[in-house]
Design a protein. Structure first.
Ligand code: ATP
Ligand code: MG
Length: 394
């Protein structure tokens, strides 16, 4: 019965003036990428991005498209000729289909819109006729409520056909991936950083990821976990390139030469330096972390100040003002939570000092680092970096 999916775009795409075309182009490309094997056609039609199913399975198409950033919602539509009798018959089918998934009685309303002014009936009249027809053939399963209906049948009269739908399937909103440029996400195996990466993607960023491992102190399963998180993120954006940086020697040197209460601060300062280098190499214009203000010792303002000092590339912290419960609920929704809570150790937890400094001073951190040959350590870490590409299909 359904031939087409119509999309409603994120509000910001709609108001982006001249850039709108570019945003829509990027969106359509991203949509095509997820449905390319289904034989559907994605195109602009009547001021909207539409998907013609061409016989493809509706549920499968919806399940793939409903995660594409930039889409606010999707509706499957049934099409008819511009003939009021045909419209009424199709309306009944669409409503009956919607009723199958609901407990009755359901409150109901018809909302008609006439884009084609040559159609001989005005919108309110179309609504009335269609409503009356549907009500008289659904055996009391519907109750009219024009203010707050549970079920709304939308009838759109276009140039050469009418569109009918009852269903609004929410999408993730945001902006199409690729429209904001590229960022480098510091991806640990925890709950927060994957969520931060997801939120950056949702604002249109292409996300590459960097992970610091301390193999063999951290296990292969810990690495697997990070790979899995990168894979899940790639499922949202299409692709994630993950750079696994050899951090073992750096950890060892810090432990040998630096005061214990400053080890986390110094470790983070070196992570930032390495991420900064890689970002330049990979043409990323910002770093993204999962830091949230005050969450742990290394995320106090003093700590962020002291750690941030080694770089002047912008550091985006999408979670900075969020509570852990909010972050966890996003993690569950985007499918990273179950993987994040697996118990495998992280390079930070292994070397965790008993009393990390919660208000580390910049000058003390600088002095504590003096014994390290940071340049050589960074060069070695980058030389031993291994890169993997994850795509939606992998
Ligand atoms: P997460 O849940 O993301 O691990 P967290 O609450 O454990 O965060 P921290 O361990 O203090 O917080 O890490 C703060 C941020 O630093 C992380 O969100 C992440 O962006 C980055 N980070 C920490 N450890 C690593 C690592 N091993 N590799 C890459 N980035 C890391
Ligand atoms: Mg962590």
């Amino acid at each position: 019965m359904y031939s087409t999916l119509i999309t409603r775009l994120g509000g910001e795409i709609a108001i982006k003036g001249k850039n709108r075309v570019q945003f829509e182009k990027a969106l359509m490309e991203n949509m095509r990428a997820v449905v390319k094997d289904l034989g559907v056609k994605v195109a602009r039609e009547g001021g909207r991005v539409e998907v013609r199913l061409n016989g493809a399975d509706l549920d499968e198409t919806v399940s793939r498209l409903k995660n594409v950033f930039g889409i606010n919602s999707l509706s499957p539509v049934a099409e008819t000729e511009l003939d009021i009798e045909k419209i009424k018959e199709t309306a009944l089918l669409v409503v009956q289909d919607a009723l199958e998934k609901r407990n009755t009685p359901v409150t109901f309303k018809v909302e008609a819109r006439r884009a084609n002014k040559r159609f001989p009936m005005e919108s309110p009249q179309i609504s009335q006729e269609v409503g009356r027809y549907v009500l008289s053939r659904t055996e009391g399963k519907l109750k009219v409520d024009v203010h707050n209906p549970e079920l709304k049948l939308m009838v759109e009269v276009r140039e050469s056909k009418a569109y009918l739908t009852c269903d609004v399937i929410p999408g993730p909103g945001g902006l199409p991936v690729g429209t904001a440029g590229k960022v480098l996400l510091l991806l640990s195996g925890g709950i927060d950083s994957p969520v931060a990466g997801y939120l950056a993607m949702r604002r249109g960023a292409n996300v590459e990821a960097i992970h610091f491992h301390s193999f063999p102190f951290t296990s292969e399963r810990a690495q697997e976990k990070v790979n899995d998180l990168a894979k899940i993120l790639a499922g949202h954006s299409g692709r994630v390139r993950l750079h696994n940086v050899y951090f073992t020697e750096i950890q060892r040197q810090i432990r040998m030469h630096c005061p214990e209460e400053y080890s986390i601060t110094i470790m983070r300062r070196i992570m930032m330096r390495i991420a900064d280098r890689l970002a330049h190499e990979r043409k990323c214009l910002a770093l993204v972390t999962g830091e949230s203000l005050g969450q742990v010792a290394s995320q106090t303002l003093e700590s962020m100040y002291t750690i941030n000092n080694v770089t002047n590339i912008p550091i985006l912290r999408p979670l900075v003002a969020m509570d852990k419960v909010d972050i966890m609920s996003i993690a569950r929704r985007i499918g990273t939570y179950e993987t994040s809570i697996l118990p495998y150790e992280d390079c930070c937890t292994i070397f965790l000092p008993k009393n990390p400094k919660t208000r580390p001073k910049l000058h003390e951190a600088m002095r504590a680092e003096e014994k390290l040959d940071i340049e050589a350590l960074i060069t070695e870490a980058l030389e031993k970096t291994e890169t993997v590409l994850f795509t939606r299909e992998s």
